[in-house]
Design a protein around this ligand. Structure first.
Ligand SMILES: Cc1ncc(COP(=O)(O)O)c(C=O)c1O
Length: 441
């Protein structure tokens, strides 16, 4: 028996536990992961996952593009490629970013394995353990997982219906810097926020940039949903007005398909060089086949028209969810009306705890993500994220109906048994951060 194998009779679940690096302490499975395997059963209406709905994609067009790719450039597509990414695709990425006012050179683009890997690479090259990253409250669960894995301290900053609040950002930066701590960047999702559903107003954008410029803090602009606005032209990216102070992240996951795992970072020149080195040590190169398939799709298909169709489909689903909430939710619950993207952020009546409610909700065949998943500091117990991107409008309405039933029952229980039952714990005593699960995007 090898020394590393588990001693017979050991009752320890993981006999390697003493050997792991300290950073793995941040890599804990969510307590709610088990519930989500139940939530993926067909009888459950899942308002939890953020999976893009790609049923409208023209599979024949994609199929032909991929067949043509294999026939005409198969040996290149199936070979290692450049660590920075396919030059033709980097050129096309610049066309995509132009829709948001960005004038960029393909040399400054690094292709990544989804924008998730871009968050990882940026954190890897900038953050030492104990450095501070400023995030919105709440923030994207996948980014919080990366920050935790790199032992970064997250400081949350308030948002309202117009996005990140400039005065809160200024105050947080001043407080952290006055304590002698290093802020490596402000991580922000300006458009159709995951999970909050809000968008940073056009008026606030220059102010946020000015605050970061004055404090000499980089901005990490994560923008997978920017082209999925329902009513308006795309917002001007923060990067469009601040090429040296902003690292911009984009993705084809929501505007085409997530299975290709193609995203990108646009970075100031020096940072780009470090990102390529980090990319090479992580993967040697992003997958050539995926990149060339995305490139062929962009070349052969009306991708702007396709995004328009996606937007209409998501708008219909947003309308279904908001109408159902308006019709059925008790008045003490509050939620926002997103103008794009996939998510509604709902705050429960006082005293209710979304995570405590989840098992009962899943038993009632509806699922959501409790708000605590989106905070690094245990806040968010009274809130939840509802996704409308995937189910049909009818299923969304049914899901909201079931959810309302669960909330009403909880309110009744609370009235009968008092506040102790599932009361939201006060800040600081709330349950810890869940860590990301693969079910949550
Ligand atoms: C805000 C945000 N950033 C990044 C990602 C990662 O996307 P991908 O790696 O598929 O590009 C997601 C996915 O849901 C997201 O919502």
């Amino acid at each position: 028996m090898s020394q590393l194998s588990r001693p017979s009779g050991s009752t320890r679940l993981d006999s390697y536990v003493d050997r792991y690096a300290a950073r793995t302490q941040g890599m804990t499975a969510s307590e709610i992961r088990a519930l989500f395997s139940v939530a993926s059963r067909p009888e459950v209406v899942s308002l939890a996952g953020g999976m893009p709905n790609i049923s409208g994609l023209p599979l024949d067009v994609v199929g032909e593009a991929i067949e043509g790719l294999v026939r005409t450039a198969g040996t290149t597509a199936m070979q290692y490629g450049s660590g920075q990414g396919d030059p033709r695709l980097r050129d096309q990425i610049c066309d995509v970013m132009r829709l948001e006012g960005i004038e960029a050179h393909p040399d400054d683009v690094v292709v990544t394995v989804g924008s998730q890997q871009a968050v990882d690479l940026v954190t890897r090259i900038f953050c030492d353990p104990g450095d501070v990253v400023i995030c919105e409250a709440p923030s994207y669960v996948g980014a919080l997982g990366v920050f935790k894995a790199y032992q970064v301290d997250v400081v949350h900053v308030e948002m309202d219906e117009h996005g990140l609040v400039p005065s809160s950002l200024r105050e947080a930066i001043a407080t952290v810097q006055a304590a002698g701590r290093r802020i490596k960047f402000v991580y922000t999702i300006p458009n159709y926020h995951n999970p909050a559903g809000v968008t940073l107003s056009a008026q606030r954008r220059p102010e946020i940039l000015e605050i970061c410029r004055e404090a000499d803090v980089l901005v990490l602009e994560d923008n997978p949903y920017g082209l999925l606005g329902f009513d308006e032209e795309p917002y001007r990216a923060l990067r469009a007005d601040e090429p040296d102070g902003v690292i911009y992240l984009g993705s084809f996951s929501k505007t085409f398909a997530p299975g290709f795992r193609v995203g990108w970072a646009l970075a100031p020149h020096a940072v780009r060089e470090k990102l390529v080195l980090a990319q090479e040590s992580a993967t040697l190169c992003p997958p050539s086949f995926s990149q060339m398939a995305v490139s062929a799709y962009l070349e052969n298909h009306d991708w702007v028209g396709q995004i328009k169709q996606f937007r209409e489909m998501y708008r219909e689903r947003r309308d279904a969810m908001v109408e159902a909430l308006d019709d059925m939710m008790p008045p003490a619950a509050r939620w926002n009306v997103p103008t794009g993207g996939f998510y509604v952020w709902l705050t429960l009546p006082d005293g209710l705890d979304a995570k405590a409610m989840l098992p009962r909700a899943v038993t009632s065949r509806v699922a959501f993500v409790p708000g605590t998943a989106f905070f690094a500091d245990g806040f968010g117990a009274q809130s939840m994220r509802l996704s409308y991107c995937y189910p049909t409008p009818e299923r969304i309405r049914e899901g909201v109906r079931r959810l309302v039933g669960v909330i009403e029952e909880e309110v009744e229980l609370r009235e009968t048994f008092g506040t102790g039952l599932h009361a939201a714990a006060p800040p600081g005593l709330t349950r810890g951060y869940d860590g990301p699960t693969t079910d949550l995007t």
